[in-house]
Ligand binder design. Structure first.
Ligand code: N01
Length: 535
């Protein structure tokens, strides 16, 4: 990086605008304002902090990452003072953690809540971004940092007659703050992904009757939620340095050692023993990555894991027809699910399962859901139908870079992001969890990216640069790297949001760097600022 002293500083409202008040946005405010001393304005559409955990208030919402690593690691005192009760945290607990972080670092005063950023345009004359909100305000900033989350643009399938339903209907990620009374009601849930599984388990004991509309069954293993004793927590806190060192050098960053043993190198009995042990310990990522090294890469190893889970489903679910419908037949190659009694829920008398692949949904009626085999009367309909992930959060905003090029156009063939954070033609725009970033337990990846962004800004300020932008060549190379890593796994072979396959008409692309957090961090270190142009 060469020294430059003609940095343009006049007439700008803020050094940086930060969008989002989840894990990413909050940490960015802390780093940029509290540590770098920048003049920062932050926005969030919600009326308070929380991001994903602000919006996803549906019953049963739980992090599927263990409590001790579902947090920030940047502050040793914060790690010591904040505590938890169980090895997994529910949505209200995570929200209160983020609330505490916001108070502790005085982050709220930089936020304008209840405000949507609707557009942001780069002005090539000034090298500033103009940021426009739904409150009619336009501000200018040298840098824009987006912490929009991976999963914030909700997907509500365009079923015929949706607006005619006379009962209540909610997407899980737009659950009312005041809650929804499901007691004694006829409830329907569409969708059986991570969210569906959680909401189904929590709703069944409340509802008079629960009808689950399932299109594709998924493999799920027990989460293994349990109380943690004060001694266990004290031991974790005493070992934080080693824990976070391990997390940041691991692949999935879930706080366990990934296996280096191939499933196909051991006997069937040994496979069974290892799977059983992981089933009893709990955790979806632990089952997929902690048992054997090749479950997500080798079809034979994958099939061994599938068979183990299929057998468990058959053992748990008493009604054979229900068990058949719940048993997946395809690969175990989506983001792995875990649950707190999912299959057992289908042994309840008040729960029924409708296979909407066999009998597709025809329409939503004033009374409920009509499939090709009949009408299901409902009081409440819950859409656990997922998200227009990753780029869906960005293309809702009118983002324009050099020459007025829009992000929507740039990403017409699938979204891209050099190192998962930056884009050619969009100088000084940093995306936390942008396309082609790491696919892991998210807080440690978020910290990694925010720290890189903050270091980069500091470096630019010290050297007097006004813009940073990746070269197209560097961006293309990174996307090719992400593609070749993805192709070494089975993930692209299963239809899921990870490759954009869940949204009709969405381009199937590589949305993530699947090389793991340790390797991602090494890439950032090794790259230095190779592939970037500074001006
Ligand atoms: O969304 P999904 P999700 N007709 O896209 C079905 C994170 N998360 O919200 O599989 C009928 O996985 C769809 O069916 P199919 C986590 O990263 C984390 O559940 O496409 N059904 C599927 O069953 C996760 O991976 C936690 O055939 C339709 C479901 O809706 C990510 O969020 C908790 C349909 C959508 O599943 C997304 O999970 C919850 C239609 N037209 C979520 N359209 C944690 O624990 C869609 N479906 C941290």
């Amino acid at each position: 990086m060469n020294q430059r002293n003609d940095r343009k500083t006049k007439g700008v409202d803020f050094d940086a605008v930060i969008v989002g008040a989840g894990f990413g946005g909050l940490y960015a405010v802390h780093k940029l304002r509290n540590e770098l001393g920048l003049n920062v304005r932050a926005y969030d559409n919600g009326d308070d902090v929380g991001g994903t955990w602000y919006w996803n208030r549906y019953p049963g919402a739980l992090s599927d990452t263990e409590s001790f690593v579902y947090r920030y690691s940047f502050d040793k005192d914060l790690l010591q003072e904040w505590t938890w009760k169980e090895n997994y945290m529910t949505q209200p607990e995570i929200l209160s953690y983020l609330d505490h972080v916001a108070d502790r670092f005085d982050l709220r005063r930089s936020y304008q809540f209840n405000t949507k950023v609707t557009a942001t345009h780069f002005n090539e004359e000034t090298n500033y971004w103009e940021v426009i909100t739904d409150k009619g305000e336009t501000v200018t900033a040298k840098f824009v940092v987006t912490g929009l989350g991976l999963l914030s643009a909700t997907n509500v399938p365009n079923f015929k007659g949706r607006e005619t339903f006379k009962g209540e209907q909610y997407h899980t990620a737009r659950w009312p703050k005041s809650g929804v009374d499901l007691k004694g009601k006829r409830v329907g849930v569409i969708g059986t992904g991570s969210t569906g599984v959680q909401v189904i388990i929590a709703t069944a004991p409340e509802a008079k009757h629960l009808t689950v509309f399932q299109r594709t069954p998924q493999y799920s293993v027990p989460v293994g939620k349990r109380p943690q004793s004060e001694e266990e927590i004290a031991e974790i806190k005493a070992n934080n340095d080693e824990i976070w060192k391990q997390v940041k050098s691991s692949a999935v960053a879930f706080g366990f050692e990934e296996s280096t043993v191939s499933a196909v190198s051991v006997s069937k009995e040994e496979q069974e023993r290892v799977f059983e042990d992981a089933w009893n310990k709990g955790g979806g990522f632990r089952f997929m990555f902690g048992t054997f090294s090749d479950i997500a890469a080798n079809p034979e190893a994958n099939e061994a894991a599938c068979n183990f889970i299929r057998k468990k489903i058959q053992e748990i679910v008493k009604d054979p027809e229900m068990a058949r419908k719940l048993t997946p037949t395809g690969l175990y190659a989506k983001r792995p699910l875990c649950d707190n009694g999912y299959y057992n829920t289908f042994n309840r008398d008040n729960v029924s399962l409708v296979d909407v692949k066999e009998n597709p949904i025809v329409e939503i009626t004033p009374k409920g859901v009509r499939t090709t085999d009949g009408e299901y009367d409902l009081d409440v309909l819950i859409y656990a139908t997922g998200f227009d992930a990753v780029d869906g959060n960005y293309t809702k905003i009118d983002i324009r870079g050099r020459g007025g090029v829009t992000m929507r156009d740039k990403w017409a063939d699938g979204p891209t992001g050099y190192l998962g954070m930056t884009n050619t033609d969009f100088p000084n725009l940093f995306m936390i969890l942008g396309p082609n970033g790491p696919f892991t337990n998210l807080p440690p990846s978020i910290e990694t990216q925010v720290e890189w962004i903050s270091d980069t800004l500091q470096c630019m300020i010290e050297k007097g640069f006004s813009t940073i932008e990746p070269t197209l060549e560097a961006e293309n190379d990174w996307v090719a790297t992400c593609r070749s890593i993805a192709d070494m796994t089975l993930f692209p072979k299963a239809d899921s949001w990870i490759f954009g396959a869940n949204i009709p008409g969405k381009k199937n692309a590589v949305y993530f760097y699947l090389g793991g957090l340790g390797n991602y961090r090494k890439n950032l270190e090794d790259a230095g600022y190779k592939g970037f142009i500074f001006d």
